[in-house]
Design a binder for this molecule. Structure first.
Ligand SMILES: *Cc1c(COP(=O)(O)O)cnc(C)c1O
Length: 372
């Protein structure tokens, strides 16, 4: 066990354990497991939180992206513009629709370089998938402008952006569909896999509900099948736990921002280490710090990782190999210098609300003791 482990799931459970046990006992004893009231309640809670008309509970963030693209009509022969500096699921969801991912590079804040989007558009482009990485929203003014000019859907990968906003609009509320993950390690996580999509479009809502439940239309006790669908329902128990936890989300985001401040102020005197943008309130960005990612000058990253581990601080590298470098994925025709550079420089430090001030200060001290 590390002095400062990378994740803090255990503490989150201990803090609210009684309420969780009560929910699980009640729903199990009543047999309320699939597509019950608790699912609808969470969908409404989450849609209200993001300020969208509809919420659709799904079994993962990956399915939210995949089914969201399908509900926007993305299919065979289409192209979708996204980034390679993301979890592979963003890109796979495009491929699962029969469409082709078109990858653009990133900026210093690890998000889509919007200046590259317009020149990547072809007659086959159907959508843009901005990925709000690490709890920071992409430049949505520019992405919205481009999507309107070229009549493209925006499918937001907001899996890492629970609680973030841009000029007051919450992640997920900018495009045709906003896609979230409730995987345990996400800023709003359940106790297993889960996901959610939000939309303001009643047709997209209707189609996503059909996709997640085998295309079944239930009416007057009869079942009709609209098309070949999938099984992607969010479990009722997960939904009930998430309704409990979404009430805590804003306080968790505040704590994450506090920790980010402490890191930003503490890790300031080493010229080879760059910290991410601080959680200031000016400008459009309100970051929720799903991850706190520093960059280390080329060639020194792995030395700092070793130093942190030796001093009992657990860290993660997301991602040491950019997605377009995996030959099996067939994306090696893309050249993305900023993405490739980031993969050699990034380190994610421990970041979760249960971290104590002592732990944060300890990480700061260990980083500051690093001599290359
Ligand atoms: C976690 C994540 C996903 C996938 O979500 P799952 O719920 O694990 O399927 C997609 N994109 C990004 C950026 C993620 O961080």
């Amino acid at each position: 066990m590390y002095k400062v482990p990378f994740v803090g799931l255990k503490n989150a459970f201990i803090d609210h354990g009684d309420e969780v046990i009560e929910i699980v006992e009640r729903l199990l004893s009543q047999g309320e497991l699939i597509m019950r009231d608790e699912l609808e309640i969470f969908e409404k809670d989450a849609a209200d939180y993001v300020n969208c008309g509809y919420g659709i509970g799904l079994n993962s963030g990956t399915d939210a992206l995949h089914l969201g693209l399908r509900a926007c009509g993305v299919g065979e022969g289409d192209e979708v513009i996204t980034v390679a500096h993301t979890f592979v699921a963003s890109i796979s969801s495009i491929v699962h629709c029969g469409a082709s991912p078109v990858l653009v590079d990133i900026c210093d804040d690890f998000n889509m370089d919007v200046s590259q989007v317009e020149k990547s558009i072809t007659s086959r482009t159907k959508a843009i998938m901005p990925v709000h990485l690490n709890g920071r929203i992409c430049d949505m003014d520019e992405i919205k402008r481009i999507s309107q000019k070229f009549d493209l859907h925006i499918i937001e990968d907001a899996c890492q952006a629970w609680g973030a906003n841009y000029a007051g609009t919450k992640a997920g509320a900018f495009g045709s569909v906003g896609c979230f993950s409730t995987y345990p390690m996400k800023t709003l996580g359940g106790f297993g896999d889960g996901g959610l999509a939000v939309t303001n479009d009643s047709n997209i809502d209707k189609n996503m509900r059909l996709y997640r439940d085998h295309g079944q239309v239930r009416r007057d006790g009869k079942i009709d099948i609209a098309f070949h669908g999938f099984n992607s329902r969010l479990d009722n128990i997960q939904a009930a736990v998430l309704s409990l936890r979404i009430k805590l989300l804003d306080s968790w985001v505040s704590r994450r921002r506090e920790i980010a401040s402490q890191y930003n102020e503490g890790i300031s005197n080493n010229p080879i280490i760059k910290t991410p943008p601080p959680p200031t309130m000016d400008g459009p960005y309100f970051d929720s710090y799903q991850n706190y990612v520093i960059r280390v000058e080329e060639g020194k990253r792995d030395l700092l990782v070793d130093h942190l581990k030796r001093n009992d601080v657990e860290v993660l590298i997301s991602w040491p190999i950019p997605a377009h470098f995996y030959e099996s994925l067939g994306l090696s025709h893309f050249s993305l210098p900023m993405t490739e550079k980031a993969s050699t420089e990034v380190i994610s430090l421990p970041m979760y609300p249960e971290l104590t001030d002592e732990q944060v200060n300890y990480v700061v001290d260990v980083v500051n003791e690093f001599k290359e």
